[in-house]
Ligand binder design. Structure first.
Ligand code: SF4
Length: 373
């Protein structure tokens, strides 16, 4: 049997302190449970091991803050993965790191363990903005982390920035972009802040203690970013992601291509054999052994629609021929009413056999996605 490709995700749900906007599954008061958690992770990986069916070409440590735990624990997890899966020699292995939690020694260890891509959370270079959203670090600490990573030999680094943060003006954003571009990272992600109910930031905004840029400014920020990054040699390859040629994130790209992935750890999700699984978000339950639950099995219709939405996240969009072959259908015929409607609204285009968002569609991507739900 020919082996299938698989991406692996490992969730490290610990943070030094919760950022005020964050609703990810991460805990700032449980780091004393790190070793127990790692033992459970190792058991889970062993239980789901599969060398026969898959080869692994991407591994992604996300969080939370993976760089907060002892590097030796990252090594234990990687060793267990190598023991349990057929990992390709040139696999992309990413670790998310936060400034203020890494130093040269730690970074050197990561590189020696085989981690070859770092994703550093910066969000803004303006220290006042960083403080307002509860980040634990300053811009200067980010610079330390970034330069140390370069010095130890990382050459594939992503920098995360955010748009529409409190007190962030277009000028402040421009300043962040210019500073980051000058560092020449291979990849830059830019997500707009989503105000999540229940977070401290949500309460502050509701109580009018803080205000956020309005929607029009947020869109201006997006287009300013796109222009500046493209002028500086970054390819806009996904709604929120930019990279130098040859440095797209393989892990994320595979997810957007609806390929299979297996997630380990609390709150981790998996997509295997057209089925979605998830692990308990609760740290205690996860550690006790409540691992993977089947959430849903996608039928042909679900898979097609999800495939369309994921493909539309990528700037190149959906390859109509590939879609027709994969689902044994005729995309343009089957979805002709929706396509027609979206085309009339100038939200999508079809060219060179690809169905993709137009410039206007980038601003109204959710409207387009809803048509396929
Ligand atoms: S570092 Fe990331 S995961 Fe942790 S609290 Fe901040 S945004 Fe959330």
């Amino acid at each position: 049997m020919e082996k299938k490709r698989l991406g692996l995700y490992v969730h490290i749900p610990f943070c030094k302190r919760k950022c005020y906007y964050c609703d990810f599954v991460s805990y700032d008061n449980c780091i004393n449970r790190e070793d127990e958690y790692i033992e459970s992770l190792l058991l889970e990986i062993e239980k789901r091991a599969n060398k026969e069916k898959y080869f692994v070409d991407t591994i992604y440590f996300g969080g939370g803050t993976p760089s907060i735990i002892k590097p030796e624990n990252i090594k234990k997890v990687l060793d267990k993965i190598y023991e349990s899966f057929d990992v390709l020699n040139n696999a992309e292995i990413t670790l998310e790191a936060n400034p203020g939690t890494v130093n040269k020694e730690k970074l050197e260890k990561y590189l020696n363990y085989g981690i070859n891509r770092l994703s550093i959370g910066l969000q803004s270079t303006n220290n006042d903005v960083l403080k307002l959203v509860g980040r634990i670090h300053t811009y200067e600490e980010f610079l330390d982390a970034y330069n140390s990573a370069l010095e130890v030999g990382f050459n594939n680094i992503n920098v995360d920035l955010m748009l529409a943060l409190p007190s962030q003006s277009i000028e402040i954003l421009n300043d962040s972009l210019e500073k980051v571009i000058a560092l020449n990272p291979k990849h830059i992600s830019l997500y707009s802040l989503i105000l999540e109910e229940g977070t401290p930031l949500y309460n502050k905004v509701m109580n009018k203690e803080l205000s956020l840029p309005d929607e029009e400014t947020e869109r201006k920020m997006y287009w300013t970013t796109k222009k500046l990054l493209e002028e500086n040699g970054y390819i806009h390859y996904e709604i929120s992601n930019f990279a130098k040629e040859g440095f797209y994130s393989n892990h994320n790209t595979n997810c957007w291509k609806q390929e299979e992935y297996m997630g380990f750890g609390a709150a981790a999700h998996s997509f295997i054999d057209n089925k979605r699984f998830s692990n308990s978000e609760n740290l205690n339950e996860y550690i006790k052994g409540n691992k993977t639950t089947l959430n849903e099995e996608l039928n042909q219709e679900d898979l097609e629609k999800e495939h369309i939405m994921l493909s539309l996240r990528m700037i190149k969009g959906l390859d109509i021929n590939d879609f027709n072959l994969k689902f044994n259908t005729n995309f343009e015929e089957k979805y002709k009413d929706i396509i027609q409607k979206l085309k009339e609204e100038n939200l999508v285009e079809i060219d060179n056999g690809r169905f993709h968002l137009s410039d206007k569609g980038l601003d109204y991507a959710n409207v387009v996605f809803e048509e396929f739900i």
